[in-house]
Design a protein around this ligand. Structure first.
Ligand code: MN
Length: 226
């Protein structure tokens, strides 16, 4: 790679219990994966899963103090289970999906909701609503050998007030189905992250507030907005 005219850093996330780091290749996100959240935006929960993306370098580690995002008057939190892919695969069957998982993390899919609403109304892409700088807050990744659950409480707390409280069993499309669907749209690669959608109760984060996503057994994802 000596011909590169400059170096581009590889984004990465802490792996719990080690000093090794997980390199981030791409970030895929599932839209509307909890029935009550789909309904709160007036959508049909029985639709098949759909996906959007964030740039890899949108990842920030738990504990970050971020400048308040530009170009929004309505920043939202979204508590999500994040899947870290460790082994490449395409057209993966749901029964084989777990073999491709390196580990899991708690994440916050930060959203410029006002830009998303405008994009929906104008039938434009969501990129600038979802894929802005620092838009993916992640806790440390726990390897699948230490955390491989189909049920776990997922919460989002804003300034100490519980805002989202659900269980990953409430997902319309569980992790194995998401991997099966997504791997038929792209060739999944080691380093890919999948944010698996948020439960009901999303809401606004204002400047100066602290927001924490917690999932039983995983490291929490906390962020402070400037
Ligand atoms: Mn989301």
């Amino acid at each position: 790679m000596t011909n590169l005219i400059f170096n581009v850093p590889v984004p990465s996330i802490t792996i719990a219990g080690t000093d090794a780091r997980f390199p981030v290749r791409r970030i895929f996100c599932v839209g509307r994966n909890y029935e009550e959240h789909a309904k709160e935006f007036g959508n049909n929960p029985k639709d098949p899963p759909f996906f959007f993306t964030k740039p890899a370098d949108a990842v920030v580690e738990s504990g970050a103090k971020l400048p308040f995002p530009v170009a929004t008057e309505n920043l939202h939190f979204e508590a999500e289970l994040v899947v870290a892919i460790g082994i490449d695969g395409s057209a993966i069957d749901r029964d084989a999906a777990r073999k491709h998982v390196f580990g899991f993390a708690a994440g916050n899919d930060l959203t410029r909701r006002d830009l998303q609403t405008q994009a929906k109304e104008a039938r434009r892409p969501w990129d600038m609503a979802k894929g802005f700088d620092n838009a993916a807050v992640l806790g440390a990744i726990t390897p699948v050998a230490e955390w491989n659950r189909d049920a776990a409480r997922i919460t989002c707390t804003l300034e100490g007030v519980l805002k989202q409280d659900a269980n990953i069993t409430d997902m319309i499309w569980p992790v194995a189905d998401i991997i099966a669907y997504l791997s038929r749209l792209v060739h999944l690669r080691a380093g890919d992250l999948i944010m698996t959608g948020t439960p009901a109760g999303v809401g606004q984060i204002k400047p100066g507030q602290v927001c924490t996503v917690a999932i039983d057994g995983l490291a929490e994802a906390t962020v402070t907005l400037g």
